[in-house]
Design a protein around this ligand. Structure first.
Ligand code: ADP
Ligand code: MG
Length: 307
């Protein structure tokens, strides 16, 4: 069986501010129908997912509700992993039942080690949560929160360190060996540091595509499939001369990254994660949309990055 890690986007598929819980459920069911189809084709699937919109929601709730003690980001990461893990686990279980496939689905609450000395801790760049008007943004800066300003207002920024090690790696491998469909490292994993040999949560958000790449490498996946809301990555994206990419090498991908073709914080981390995966021995990384997941796996569409 071909082992496959699938990373699904937080925005394209699971945005809670875009719909009611019922609509959410429908979207998750759609997603899981695709995943179940892939499992039915005989792929050994491990699933990971984003959590950006969900983290944003929890932060907004905390900030609107002054009487409740705010939780740090590692705890919020764990909350969203549990929440999305539950929704995906139940829906995927149901889709597999409908198809008569007897597989257990399990979510592993996953911690990911980052380096305490990672440069991103000194220079946080990842915007998260709500946009604030200027007066509030400036007040938050005064109180010591790191904020950035863009067209829509002020937004909190947090470190986005590199994922170094998945703490639950062995248990994930054991579960796969036992035939389970594993959901792991949601939202890039809960960021932890190792201090004097002990784990400690930190205020950061790890990029889910980079963690997905690490997960795919450590479990020995052949293919890393990144599902988002575009069918292919493109050069000159959104311009008149946009050119969609079919198959490119890691070296070509890096040249396009340097030329600035991919959106920072959106397509660029996907391409970097894809490159990292094939450079550490993976056969191919594929970037495509959820609807095109099956044809992309069969090589009929999507952007395929190879060594
Ligand atoms: P996800 O939630 O799946 O991680 P992102 O919004 O982070 O999704 O990334 C996907 C988005 O990247 C697309 O919707 C697209 O607008 C954007 N993007 C930026 N640069 C490119 C590019 N060169 N080719 C294709 N899409 C791009
Ligand atoms: Mg993203």
């Amino acid at each position: 069986m071909t082992r496959l890690v699938i990373a699904i986007g937080g925005n394209a598929i699971l945005n809670p501010s875009k719909g009611s819980p019922a609509e959410q459920k429908r979207m998750i069911d759609e997603t899981c129908r695709e995943i179940a189809q892939i499992i039915q084709k005989g792929y050994d699937v491990v699933l990971t997912h984003g959590n950006g919109p969900q983290v944003g929601n929890l932060l907004a709730m905390q900030e609107e509700c002054g009487s409740v003690m705010a939780q740090p980001l590692d705890v919020i990461g764990a909350q969203t992993q549990g929440m999305l893990g539950y929704l995906l686990q139940q829906s995927l279980d149901n889709r597999l039942r409908e198809s008569g496939i007897k597989r257990q689905v399990v979510t592993v609450l996953t911690q990911v080690v980052v380096e305490e000395r990672d440069p991103s801790f000194k220079n946080p760049t990842k915007p998260i949560g709500l946009y604030y008007p200027e007066f509030r943004g400036l007040k938050m800066i005064e109180q010591g929160t790191k904020m950035v300003e863009d067209k829509k207002g002020y937004r909190r920024v947090v470190p986005s360190p590199m994922p170094e090690k998945i703490i639950e790696e062995e248990i994930i491998k054991n579960l796969i060996r036992e035939g389970a469909v594993v959901i792991a490292a949601g939202g890039g994993g809960i960021p932890v540091i190792l201090r004097n040999g002990l784990l400690e949560g930190v205020e950061a958000v790890i990029d889910k595509d980079l963690t997905g790449s690490l997960l795919a490498s450590v479990i020995g996946a052949e293919i890393f499939l990144i599902l988002t809301d575009v069918e292919k990555a493109a050069l000159n994206y959104g311009k008149d001369n946009q050119a969609d990419l079919d198959e490119i090498t890691a070296a070509e991908a890096m040249r396009y990254v340097e030329e600035g073709h991919f959106g920072k914080g959106s397509m660029e981390p996907k391409v970097l994660a894809a490159v990292k995966f094939v450079k550490s021995g993976g056969k191919a990384a594929i970037i495509s949309s959820l609807e095109k997941a099956v044809p992309a796996l069969l090589g009929r569409t999507g952007t395929r990055i190879v060594a």
